[in-house]
Design a protein around this ligand. Structure first.
Ligand SMILES: Nc1ncnc2c1ncn2[C@@H]1O[C@H](COP(=O)(O)OP(=O)(O)OP(=O)(O)O)[C@@H](O)[C@H]1O
Ligand SMILES: [Mg+2]
Length: 339
């Protein structure tokens, strides 16, 4: 059984909002390591997740994301290290209490395809001994927008709709912390967008969401902070923070025609540390990329210098690095390692 459950939670229904826990952080992980025989899946990983935070866990295939989720979800024991989940120390004696306060949406939703949506939810609600089953099921289905599909056979639902049923199942026990393992894997953009909406609903309800994903745009849009893992933790921070710490800041300038002497225009400006011509500029226009200390200070300075040199400025913008750039920078040099 890979599904956490347990006896009644302190809430009175899915999303009832009662949050009776102790401790400051929702999740705290210290020196977590998991070995499967001679293979190390997760090595010396430490991080913490604040209550109500949407936290992204990124990393290539085999990086140890699901292993971490399974450890924090009390499904497997770590080889070394310690953790606090939903404010409760992760030790064997506390496992049942932790399971009451969390839920996991595993990589494979694991629904019974011959049962209806309601029968599936009922099965799991009974298995975990939840009270107020009808009310919880109705609220969970409403949250995921499946109120009118309750009597449909699960096998007849599209993949995206089944994903939503799986999400409804994770809501049944009114969790404080939700672990979503690649919740949008295989979904089309519309279905993925709907799941993002659901995650934002959970955020508004104060649920802590720990989400693993390969979709960097998704992490960038949804997550307050992200961690990039490749067996070991490579970095952690807000997406914009990571971009800034990893890459020098730059601004991109486009002019109607190439500058006669760009070095003379750009060299000596206090906010500009370096420049290069951008070979990708189109037609007769010319592009330049300037490395700057502070784009807000540099942009007017550069504009004045260009105008003084008689250039027709078409655009001047801060060049943005995406989270994808950060990710590739961090994991590419690890790609060759054995898993
Ligand atoms: N039960 C197990 N027995 C042996 N090895 C395992 C077991 N579970 C995971 N591993 C190994 O641990 C490593 C990490 O696996 P894990 O499933 O955590 O990766 P992941 O980051 O979730 O990858 P993916 O993006 O493919 O889902 C892999 O090398 C995997 O083969
Ligand atoms: Mg995985």
């Amino acid at each position: 059984m890979s599904w956490p459950g347990g006896s009644p939670s302190s809430g009175s229904g899915a999303g009832s909002g009662q949050r009776a826990t102790v401790g400051a952080a929702a999740i705290e992980v210290s020196g977590l390591t998991k070995e499967f025989g001679r293979r190390t899946a997760v090595e010396d990983v430490s991080f913490s997740v604040a209550r109500g935070e949407v936290f992204g866990f990124l990393g290539p295939n085999g990086a140890g994301k699901t292993t971490t989720v399974r450890i924090l979800g009390t499904l497997i024991a770590p080889t070394a290290g310690s953790a606090v989940v939903a404010g409760i120390p992760l030790i064997r004696a506390n496992e049942a209490e932790i399971r009451r306060r969390i839920s996991i949406m595993p990589e494979a939703p694991g629904l019974y395809r011959r049962l209806t949506v309601t029968e599936n939810l009922e099965f799991f609600a009974r298995l975990y001994g939840l009270p107020d089953r009808q009310a919880r099921m109705k609220e969970a289905l409403d949250v995921v927008g499946l109120g009118d599909r309750a009597q449909d056979i699960c096998g007849s639902l599209s993949k995206g709709l089944r994903q939503r049923v799986a999400l409804a199942r994770t809501l049944l026990n009114d969790p404080e912390v939700m672990f979503l393992d690649e919740p949008t894997s295989g979904l089309d953009p519309v279905a993925a967008h709907e799941v993002h909406g659901l995650i934002n609903t959970l955020r508004q309800r104060g649920v802590t969401v720990f989400i693993t994903t390969h979709r960097l745009d998704e992490a960038e849009r949804l997550c307050d902070r992200v961690a990039i893992l490749n067996t070991r933790l490579r970095t952690i921070g807000r997406p914009d923070e990571l971009r800034h710490t990893l890459f020098s800041r730059s601004i991109a300038v486009t002019t109607a025609a190439p500058l006669g002497d760009p070095a003379r225009v750009f060299t000596g400006l206090p906010a500009v540390q370096g420049w290069r011509a951008d070979e990708l500029s189109a037609g007769s226009t010319a592009g330049y990329v300037l490395t700057v200390s502070d784009p807000v200070r540099a942009a007017p300075e550069v504009t004045r210098a260009l105008v003084a040199a008689g250039a027709d400025v078409l655009s001047i913008t801060e060049a943005r690095h995406s989270l994808e750039d950060v990710y590739l920078e961090l994991v590419e040099d690890q790609e060759g390692r054995s898993r």
